[in-house]
Design a protein around this ligand. Structure first.
Ligand SMILES: [Zn+2]
Ligand SMILES: [Zn+2]
Length: 240
């Protein structure tokens, strides 16, 4: 395996120079590749005020840690990520891709909630670096936001092994005070229920597509073909 040490991009053996900066590539061992990957992830996420990275790979690592691959967790992560920072980088909370075709209820919910988000989340808090609804940003919500991103960072850089106990202590405290807790929202989710609803939503979408194909598209195509093959048949039937 080869790597451009300036850009930290890996390349295949056959590549000679970096496609980004043009510098010659260095041959690296498995150990070096793993160490560099770890360092890159840390560099991207460890800066306190920089949580720009929430790509599918990062989300997959977080979802794997919490043992929940349902769309509910991904939506929750994307929603909080969208709140983070002054800039808005996209319209849809859950980024749109081809899977939306097979998950129509989620797509509709995503569209409605994204519109709601842009309409309501118009103010920004410097403390937690998050957008919020004007007049509705309590100190508890502020702490929730700070905690949420601390947890994500700790999962990604491995510190969660040490900090897990602290989060659990705060979870107990918040439960007593009936406050929302970020650790609870991330790790104590009804995974089975969420997975069931995901499957239901996908099943419904597939059923809808089959229905549209069989009962709408086929008859339309059939009458179109008949029209093309015998254009006079309609005029004839009209006079009889
Ligand atoms: Zn390079
Ligand atoms: Zn705040």
């Amino acid at each position: 395996m080869k790597e451009c040490l300036s850009c930290q991009i890996f390349y295949q053996e056959s590549t000679m120079s970096c496609q980004k900066c043009g510098k010659p590539l260095e041959e690296i061992s498995l150990q070096q590749a793993l160490a560099h990957t770890r360092m890159n992830i840390l560099r991207k996420i460890s800066k306190e005020k920089d949580f720009k990275v929430l790509d599918p790979q990062t989300q997959y690592i977080i979802a794997s840690y919490f043992g929940d691959h349902s769309l509910f967790l991904f939506f929750d992560m994307n929603k909080n990520h969208m709140k983070y920072g002054k800039k808005i980088t996209r319209f849809f909370i859950q980024p749109i891709n081809m899977t939306c075709v097979f998950n129509i209820p989620w797509f509709l919910f995503n569209m409605i909630y994204s519109n709601y988000f842009h309409y309501r989340y118009t103010q920004f808090c410097e403390t937690c670096q998050c957008k919020h609804i004007p007049g509705r940003h309590s100190s508890q919500e502020c702490e929730y936001n700070l905690g949420y991103f601390h947890i994500l960072r700790d999962v990604l850089n491995g510190n969660i092994i040490q900090t897990k106990k602290i989060y659990q202590k705060f979870l107990e405290k918040d439960k007593k005070g009936h406050h929302r807790n970020p650790y609870e929202d991330l790790c104590q989710r009804p995974v089975r229920m969420e997975t069931f609803l995901d499957l239901l939503s996908i099943g419904f979408s597939i059923f809808l597509w089959i229905y549209l194909t069989v009962y709408v598209s086929f008859p339309m195509a059939k009458s179109f073909v008949q029209k093309v093959q015998n254009p006079n048949v309609y005029e004839w039937s009209f006079f009889n």
